[in-house]
Design a protein around this ligand. Structure first.
Ligand code: HEC
Length: 158
């Protein structure tokens, strides 16, 4: 019963809050909109629209090599599912989607050395697809923000 009372109080408080903000006129209406968006996406989660964008890019560009399962295809294409290499450095992964990679790498103890061509043309797309792979195929790899990669330079297209 006690918990119920506390819950009811908290709920009443919430209603009070939204009532107050909704009476604040145009500018604060907008403000309460943004608050709602950030509440919908809990801290540390990839925004739904970015996951959606990332999924589209994965299906169009990455799937042929890294496979629909993210498991890759030995010995040419390394896995993204459970990849220690991917999970160790999110920024490197964004750079990789933008600029490709052409050197020996070790993923989960296996060597790979096939070139990966450049894939996406904008940092936004690279961040979206990497956030998608960080949080798909059983990965629980966290989030990289645009801010963390704003200094990344896109190589000229070859
Ligand atoms: C043409 C095949 C191909 C495509 C398409 C491709 N990759 Fe790769 N990917 C590779 C290869 C090959 C490597 C290993 C590169 C090396 O050895 O330098 C790799 C490595 C990686 C790695 C680091 C290694 C790992 O397994 O964690 C990441 C991350 C990655 N790719 C992400 C992507 C993403 C995201 C896309 C789509 C935007 C993509 N790749 C598209 C072939 C591909």
């Amino acid at each position: 019963m006690k918990t119920l009372n506390v819950l009811a109080l908290a709920f009443a408080g919430l209603i009070g809050l939204s009532f107050m903000t909704s009476c604040g006129g145009g500018a604060s209406d907008q403000k309460s909109d943004t608050t709602q968006v950030s509440q919908a996406a809990p801290a540390g989660a990839v925004p739904a629209e970015q996951m959606e964008l990332g999924k589209g890019i994965y299906e169009a560009k990455c799937k042929v090599c890294h496979q629909p399962t993210g498991l890759g295809l030995k010995p040419a294409f390394p896995p993204l599912a459970g990849s220690d290499y991917l999970l160790a450095d999110k920024k490197r992964a964004v750079v990789q989607a933008l600029n490709g990679s052409n050197h020996e790498i070790v993923v989960n103890g296996e060597k790979y050395n096939t070139p990966m061509p450049q894939q996406v043309g904008t940092i936004d797309s690279a961040v979206a697809v990497i956030n998608y792979v960080l949080n798909s195929f059983g990965n629980n790899g966290g989030v990289i923000t645009l801010d963390e990669v704003k200094d990344v330079v896109i190589d000229p297209r070859k």
